[in-house]
Design a binder for this molecule. Structure first.
Ligand code: PDD
Length: 286
């Protein structure tokens, strides 16, 4: 089935959707994005994603393309038109099309580009990988210094995924100054003696919406949480590890750089947090 996508005010078949070759998203990676999960046809944590989108736009001085209510309406319309039960809605805002290539930002007369599309992933909450866990390798984090802004500059994370695949693993955890920053498209955690350890928020990592929810649920379940950087050596010696993202929820990590973590199987903390996250997020989905 051909998808119906959204481009600057229009719902179109994906084959008819067009963006200018001068769009700054295309020429300069001058844009930001959000990925919101859909379960049972409902959006998970839409409010969190729209707040982060507003922040990303503000940090880059890109105009807001429409109100939160309009954004929500477009999300819902796309989910309905494409009959998405489980999956994601991808949203991208760029600085728009100035009609030529120029490093300087265009004036306010150039409107931002807003593109949205759905990705259907039937049964995504029952992922087989969540039952076995995934393997990561460590790679140097050579990204820019504002990883808290969710930009579309995803070349290095893509390269990281390919490095992982080549090494027979599933993903890469990035390391800077000897400490893990985050995964290529997720936030990273280890568990030691029942304590959940994850890097604190700063410009070094994306402020994950799933991270915020999972840490809140962990605190509510009386689990201990310590927000600080950790090393790959600590990850190898941990009892368990996992990552979080809107598309994978809570994903157990069972191997890092070919060393098994804990028993080499998904641990109880990651497994329980995944259950709680899915249960609680479904309750508040809209
Ligand atoms: N990625 N860190 C990075 C670098 C990410 O790209 C993501 C999300 C996260 C987790 O954030 P959240 O919990 O808000 O999804 C952390 C999305 C899913 C993606 O690029 O597809």
């Amino acid at each position: 089935m051909s998808r119906i996508v959204y481009v600057n005010g229009q719902y179109l078949p994906e084959t008819e959707a067009k963006i200018s070759i001068f769009d700054r998203g295309f020429l300069m990676a001058d844009g930001v994005y959000e990925v919101t999960s859909v379960l049972d046809g409902k959006l998970l944590d839409f409010a969190g994603h729209s707040v982060r989108l507003a922040r990303s736009l503000k940090e880059l001085d890109i105009a807001t393309p429409c109100s939160d209510d309009e954004l929500l309406a477009i999300h819902r319309e796309l989910v309905a038109r494409n009959e998405v039960v489980d999956g994601m809605v991808y949203l991208q805002v760029t600085r728009g099309n100035p009609g030529d290539r120029d490093f300087a930002f265009p004036g306010a007369d150039v409107k931002p580009t807003l593109v949205m599309f759905t990705q259907s992933k039937p049964g995504m909450a029952d992922s087989a990988q969540a039952k076995t866990g995934i393997k990561v390798i460590s790679i140097e984090d050579i990204r820019w210094g504002r990883r808290d802004i969710k930009t579309v500059q995803l070349l290095y994370p893509s390269m990281g995924k390919m490095m992982a695949k080549k090494a027979g693993a599933d993903d890469a955890w990035m390391v800077e100054d000897g400490h893990v920053t985050e995964g290529t498209s997720n936030n990273a955690y280890i568990v030691k003696n029942g304590r959940i350890i994850t890097r604190q928020l700063s410009h070094d990592i994306l402020h994950g919406i799933t991270r915020a929810a999972v840490l809140r649920f962990a605190a509510e379940a009386q689990m201990e949480v310590e927000e600080r950087p950790f090393t790959i050596e600590e990850a190898k010696a941990a009892d368990e590890a996992f990552y979080t993202s809107a598309s994978a929820f809570v994903m157990p990590v069972v191997e890092v750089d070919e060393a098994a973590i804990g028993t080499g199987k998904p641990g109880p903390v990651a497994t329980r947090l995944r259950e709680i996250y899915l249960e609680e997020s479904r309750k508040t989905a809209i």
